[in-house]
Design a protein around this ligand. Sequence first.
Ligand code: SF4
Length: 346
Amino acid sequence: MNASAASTIRTLTQLRDSGLVDAAAAQNLAAVTERYALSITPEVAAIIQTQGSDSAVGRQYIPHADEVITAPEETADPIGDKTHSPVKGIVHRYADRALLMPTQICAVYCRFCFRREAVGPEHAGLSDADLQTALDYIRRTPKIWEVIITGGDPLILSARRLQTILSALDEIPHVATIRIHSRVPIAAPEHIDDALLNVLRTAHKPINIAVHCNHADELTANAVHALRKLRQSGVMLFGQTVLLAGVNDDAGILETLFRGLVAAGVKPYYLHQLDRAPGTERFVVPIARGQEIVKALRGKVSGLAQPTYILDIPGGAGKVPIGPSYLSGHDGALVVEDPNGLTHLL
Ligand code: SF4
């Protein structure tokens, strides 16, 4: 690897100097990096250096000239965060759970991110006053049973800031459990340090971390070690994966990923249909193809390694499972299809 790739790549010049794109390609990317944040950590750059820029990992993080093209069905807020935001930093779509978004910064910026118009260093996180207002909303809303800390990436916050948030949530009686969504254990595992682990270990309420990982090549030895430390600190680990063309739209690739996650102590939780954010057309996998892939895994792979295939309905109507159906009607009776494709009358 080039010496310049040993630190996080944040500019087009650094990207070119790292050798991950050549000079001609870098020139075509200026409009993209003006619009969308760029960050490739040394952990991720090392994988791309080995696998290639057009590999499953490279495609997730290296900007592409097509990102400035917006397809008709793509929108800046594909799942309607804004329409469900009662105060800054809160999204409250379902009665029993609310998102708390203390930062818009991420360790890496994924080229398919559904919040790509809202994340990046130029988007401010919550000020102390805004954070208190957001926490007050949770305090005065007794139906909120679960708080999902997301962003941006909450595990990029200092241990002290995270402690402030978790301590405040610990004091709210109706909040039973806390979830954190993060790419950090995979993309920047060095952030999972003693200070952070101590904060997680001393929280009173159960902490669940949903780890975003899309390909087994992202499960490096450092990432697996970070996941082990998180597990040992008492948190529950869940996996979330986005189904992405050219990255993981293949049953064998997903089987390897899901088995790898389970072996690392992470229960695959959701396989997401791509949310149509601007400039993400090249990652689209048709739902019918997604169902085929999910069907191919059924019966072949342990249930522990099978996430729910899920669609966040565009506009903010909520999430629904969209996996294949095994039941059908037949002359007033039910017919069920088994994992081998044979049908049985119920
Ligand atoms: S880490 Fe998550 S929030 Fe950040 S760019 Fe990637 S998908 Fe988006």
